[in-house]
Design a protein around this ligand. Structure first.
Ligand SMILES: N[C@@H](CCC(=O)N[C@@H](CS)C(=O)NCC(=O)O)C(=O)O
Length: 203
């Protein structure tokens, strides 16, 4: 299988953490892809022009990250990260909450890269507020997240990693002691350590 990959995309990270947790690394060939270059051929695999995309052994493309993670989890016929018992809805809701943090954070990051006179302060504030409300919600419930690893944990770990990576000045950990502790412990997993984002030279 091939994975359209970008080292700083938090959605790609979610897929890679899933790949490592499922011991599928040997079956994945990474194709480094920059979705932002004009003449990218990415759109042949995903008309939306976004990474990640998984190209399965039979050539079928899978997107987005949610679909890819569930596809990989089901490969051996015994899903583990997408539970089929009652914990399924917690896992999927946490993934939605974490992906929402990513969507707002990426929007905020891209807006912040525009020329200062073209940036919208109210748009930046709206995205930031959305992220911080979601983090507050996580802080309130994190102590009920114990149990077997699922996609909700992976998505939350990648979302907190991305906010730390792009918006360190927010200091999201301040006054969110429980979430901070959960993240510190979760970050010790090999899958998280092996996928820490590194800013490319110049940005
Ligand atoms: N919902 C998608 C989001 C993917 C996404 O937004 N990827 C970004 C990179 S972080 C991208 O490729 N953006 C290019 C674009 O929006 O044109 C997923 O979960 O995979």
């Amino acid at each position: 299988m091939k994975l359209r990959f970008s080292p700083t995309s938090p959605y790609v990270r979610k897929v890679m953490v899933t790949v490592i947790e499922l011991n599928l690394e040997d079956r994945i060939e990474k194709i480094v892809t920059n979705p932002w270059v004009e003449d990218t051929d990415l759109v042949h695999d995903n008309p939306l022009g976004k990474v990640p995309v998984l190209i399965a052994a039979d050539g079928s493309p899978y997107y987005d990250s949610r679909v890819i993670c569930e596809f990989l989890d089901g490969l051996n016929g015994q899903p583990r990260l997408f539970p089929t018992d009652d914990s399924r809805w917690l896992a999927l809701r946490l993934q939605a909450l974490a992906d929402g943090i990513l969507d707002a954070s990426v929007a905020r990051f891209l807006e912040g890269k525009r020329a200062p006179e073209r940036q919208s302060e109210s748009w930046l504030a709206r995205q930031r507020a959305s992220v911080h409300r979601a983090l507050d919600a996580m802080e309130r419930e994190v102590q009920s997240w114990a149990g077997g690893l699922h996609i909700g944990h992976i998505a939350v770990g990648c979302a907190l990693g991305y906010v730390s990576f792009r918006f360190a000045d927010d200091e999201w950990q301040r006054e969110r002691r429980n979430l901070k502790q959960w993240f510190e412990e979760f970050s010790q997993r090999h899958s998280m350590q092996a996928t820490v984002p590194v800013a490319p030279a110049g940005g």
